[in-house]
Design a protein around this ligand. Structure first.
Ligand SMILES: Cc1cc2nc3c(=O)[nH]c(=O)nc-3n(C[C@H](O)[C@H](O)[C@H](O)COP(=O)(O)OP(=O)(O)OC[C@H]3O[C@@H](n4cnc5c(N)ncnc54)[C@H](O)[C@@H]3O)c2cc1C
Length: 511
């Protein structure tokens, strides 16, 4: 155990980013308190348990296992001692508007048969696309997302500039996919994953072909017990390092004096002070609600945000074998759907959606003979300038999902078998987790909002105030948030001249 530091740290928020940063700081000798507004940890990885049905509230896809493994190793643990991972293959079943189906799988023979039936010659396109994704994945991880950029010149260095072009950071993903596939169904099948980052493929950089590569090559995994198992195990490790988790403890304000953050004022009126403060709560929300800097808050308000999601969590009293673990239903009018979400901040007339049926892989997610279904319908984020009737949009989403399930899968009796329904709209993402604009994935990841151009993980004025999580570098999604926790911790330790115990423990993902 290291004892170089007797410094204190407060972490605001027990989302994945907050938990891991707290554990890493405690491991380095900090005395750490985590302040969480909810009654339990997890944030967007929280869970809901009702009548024997277990739902992951947000994340369901466990991608890039090597990044998770790095976190456990850096904390002196082995991932396999904490998580029982199952590979999901086929990764998803995609159903297109014309009811053609495609089961994305790492089995290349099966992919060849399915793709060639849709577009002759397209299997070659897939192989070339995967090569591009391989390069994008490894180069991005090593050169862009797995490191801190302290200066503009480090990001736009002579070494990095050619890489930005090689990674097609300025080319739109949907445009680029046309080099590999012509059939609109295949173009959709290999770009809709941008929605996991809350982006439209018509706006996302082509670099994000790396997601499709990781899914097919590195795999889509599922930890038995659900994604929440990751949260439970990391909280357990943090506990072991002495982190003090305080739930039902919303922070009202970060207190500042000159160029330092001195502590926090809690909603209950008490105060806590610390040497270092780390904000895991959504970064734009922290600037607008917890800090005095209104000019920066206003600038952040003007940035682009990811989409939101209308959610349904359904406990049903029978099993629907038509559904696999991950199911994607794509609408016909692909482009219009995205315009409706990202330009109008509303819901398409015929929405695309995703259904997660975890009991296919993990029977403990539902009572025997019953099903646990989570439905995610991408929708616009909250926008004060648009008339948004969320009750009507929620009702529309529900009816569209039920009709599409009936038409595409023959599930015609869902409503008769519903035991209960829980539903979220963007208003809930805002009120439950303080996500700015209810944007489910935080700030967007267009070219102007990634790397050095994304809000930094240290405040520009208060030198001991740091950020971790989806809306700072490198971005959204569980692997990126784990990297964010590493990068923020490295920066804190470096700037406080505390040795980093993880350096001797973790395999390096960064150069
Ligand atoms: C519907 C949905 C589906 C997703 N699917 C996937 C997926 O399949 N795979 C994947 O990799 N990623 C997925 N993601 C993204 C992933 O869940 C997030 O990027 C990640 O969980 C964010 O973690 P975080 O630590 O940045 O923040 P959060 O999880 O938002 O945690 C921040 C915490 O801060 C707390 N907080 C906020 N304000 C205060 C305050 N004032 N005082 C105290 N506490 C406060 C919040 O309650 C919350 O617990 C999904 C997200 C959503 C919403």
């Amino acid at each position: 155990m290291y004892s170089y530091s007797h410094s204190t740290a407060l972490v605001i928020g027990a989302g994945l980013g907050g938990i891991v940063t707290a554990a890493r700081l405690a491991q380095a000798g900090f005395s750490v308190k985590v302040l969480e507004k909810q009654e339990a940890p997890g944030g967007r990885c929280s869970q809901l348990i009702r009548d024997g049905h277990r739902f992951d509230i947000g994340a369901t896809l466990f991608l890039m296992p090597e990044v998770f493994a790095e976190t456990y190793t850096a904390l002196g643990e082995r991932m396999e001692d904490h998580l029982e991972l199952h590979r999901i293959d086929p990764t998803y079943r995609i159903r297109f508007g014309d009811d053609t189906q495609l089961a994305l799988t790492s089995n290349l023979n099966s992919m060849e048969q399915q793709l060639e039936a849709i577009e002759p010659g397209s299997f070659g396109g897939l192989l070339r696309y995967l090569v591009e994704g391989y390069d994008a994945y490894h180069l991005s991880l090593q050169r862009f997302v797995g490191r801190n950029f302290y200066h503009f010149s480090e990001y736009f260095s002579l070494q990095n500039l050619p890489l930005l072009f090689k990674l097609k950071a300025l080319v739109k993903h949907y445009h680029n996919i046309g080099r590999y596939f012509h059939d609109p169904r295949l173009k959709a099948a290999f770009t809709f994953q941008n929605m996991y980052l809350g982006l439209s493929p018509f706006d996302a950089p082509a670099t994000y072909s790396l997601v499709q590569y990781t899914e097919l090559a590195e795999g889509v995994w599922y930890p038995l017990g659900g994604i929440y198992r990751v949260i439970e195990s990391l909280v357990g490790i943090a506990d072991g390092y002495g982190v003090n988790f305080m739930y039902n403890t919303p922070v009202k304000q970060i207190e500042v004096v000159e160029n330092r953050a001195t502590g926090v004022l809690l909603q209950n009126g008490s105060r806590l002070s610390a040497d270092v403060i780390v904000v895991n709560a959504d970064l734009p929300y922290a600037y607008s609600h917890l800090l005095p800097d209104s000019a920066e808050a206003h600038r952040l308000e003007q940035l682009k945000y990811t989409c939101s999601a209308i959610m349904f969590y359904w406990g049903v009293d029978k099993v629907y074998p038509q559904l696999g673990t991950h199911n994607v239903f794509l609408a016909d009018d692909y482009r219009t759907s995205f315009d409706r979400i990202f330009n109008d901040h509303l819901l398409p007339d015929q929405p695309s959606f995703y259904v997660h049926a975890p009991a296919r892989t993990d029977p403990s997610a539902a009572p025997v003979g019953q099903d646990t279904l989570m439905v995610l319908v991408p929708a616009g984020h909250l926008d004060a300038g648009t008339t948004q009737n969320w009750d009507a949009l929620q009702a529309h989403a529900r009816s569209a999902v039920i009709h599409r399930l009936a038409a595409s899968t023959g599930i015609i009796d869902l409503e008769q078998h519903l035991k209960f329904e829980v539903s979220y709209t963007p208003r809930d993402w805002l009120s439950l987790y303080n996500l700015a604009k209810g944007a489910a994935f935080g700030l967007s990841h267009n070219f102007m909002q990634v790397g050095y151009l994304r809000p930094h993980n240290r405040h520009h004025h208060y030198g001991n105030l740091y950020f971790v999580g989806s809306s700072t570098h490198p971005g959204t999604g569980l692997p990126m948030v784990l990297l964010s926790a590493r990068l923020t911790t490295e920066r804190i330790l470096k700037e406080n001249e505390v040795p980093n115990p993880a350096l001797s423990l973790r395999p390096s993902l960064a150069v």
